[in-house]
Design a protein around this ligand. Sequence first.
Ligand SMILES: Cc1cc2nc3c(=O)[nH]c(=O)nc-3n(C[C@H](O)[C@H](O)[C@H](O)COP(=O)(O)OP(=O)(O)OC[C@H]3O[C@@H](n4cnc5c(N)ncnc54)[C@H](O)[C@@H]3O)c2cc1C
Length: 464
Amino acid sequence: MSDENLRRFLSELSRKVDKSKIFTEPEELYSYSLDASTEFKQPPAVVVRAGSEEDVRAVLELADRNRVPVVPRGGGTSLTGGPVPAVPNAILLDLTPMNRIEVNVDDGYAMAEAGATVLEVDKACRQYGFFFPPDPASSRIATIGGAIAENAGGLRGAKFGVMKNWILAMEVILPGGRRVRIGEPVYKWRWGPDLISLFVGSEGTLGVITKAWLKIYPLPEKVVRVLGVFDRIEEAGKAIAQIRRRGYVPMILELLDRETIEIVNESLGYNIEVAEAMVIADVDAPRESVWRIAGEVENVMRECGGRTSASDDPVEMERLYMARQGAYAAVTRAYPGVLLEDITVPLSKLSTALKELDDIRKEYGLRMPVFGHAGDGNLHPNICFDPRDEEQLRKAREMFLKTGEIAIRLGGAISGEHGIGLAKKELFLEEIKAVRGEGYVEMVRMIKQMIDPNGIMNPGKIFL
Ligand SMILES: Cc1cc2nc3c(=O)[nH]c(=O)nc-3n(C[C@H](O)[C@H](O)[C@H](O)COP(=O)(O)OP(=O)(O)OC[C@H]3O[C@@H](n4cnc5c(N)ncnc54)[C@H](O)[C@@H]3O)c2cc1C
């Protein structure tokens, strides 16, 4: 894209969008040049803080006409470089000012604009005795638009799945500024193909999501938090697989390994018992049955070699939850360089994956705390290194690839929830080669070409 195109775009933009929403000074652009991974850096040429659908339409119409790249951005909490421009001179479209939420409890949904945070939606539902189940650990900052574009999961994913399971309808602005509404805010509608799924996980490469109608769910009557402590990591993996195998579906089913527990204790000032692994299971059920079911889940953990306890004390429950939710922050506080993996493996292979990860850690000698939403097979190995040390950086990159290869070999996925972005392009190609069939790349390129013929949407990302 030439400087001339950008100049023309900017001059036309200032006639259509209020100047107070347009930012071009280097110090204003800097904080938009990174995401939470901090691994990739590219400042945009201009930031537009969209306050309305009209702003988004104006940007996409002008950008398409002038062939200027556009990168949508929500909270910027992506861990894969998703909202970081892959090319220079891009327009960054910040959706966070569009944050209206309306809960329609009678019809069972919440309508949220793209910039509302996931936690704000959840809180709005709670006033009515309902909640919004997807809960990425970043939910205070991550937006509905970003969570849909990444198909985010979270701690409650073991029972409630990921964003795609909770969308009834959405509005999207396509390149050229055309608005489309997909789906209906009712619990059943039928016409195909399923275009909602096309935009879920599209990482800003097809269009800009401006609002969504989301299913809501009644708050559980009672929750008991079960804790299992294990002397061998494989036993923890086995316990998680067995809990699911025997038909229990805890609302949360999370794993923290020894290195994670140590780092959480050191960095966040907790005093959690250090063991090879810890499993947290939230059993939600009616009051009269919740302790019985919690006891059964404890029994499964004990059969697999764990020591267990259970609590409904809100302070103790919150302490464990915050330790898990804060795990990534704790690791990044302790280490200046962290490559975060996000693999998913079949539940029956969880134990094997954990063992193989431990082997990689031993082979390379770098610290690699592993935690994750293991109840849905999703593991986050965090490869820690000193970025000033070339040798450590080389090892970390190799470990990153080997970890992704474990997922492919065991029949899983290289990304459970963080997406591809810039971080996983290489591994994504390997996954495509290994399992997706020779038509896959051609098919996704044809879809991209039809929706975004001028290639302005977040170029250089998943549509390689
Ligand atoms: C501490 C921490 C914990 C995390 N825990 C989890 C977790 O438990 N589960 C999980 O799934 N993820 C997690 N993440 C990753 C991240 O929070 C999620 O991917 C989140 O959904 C990103 O939302 P965002 O609003 O920050 O999007 P951004 O980071 O701003 O953008 C992400 C991608 O979405 C695109 N995008 C953003 N808004 C729109 C829009 N309106 N229309 C079209 N495309 C758009 C961007 O172009 C980009 O490609 C975590 C991150 C951090 C920092």
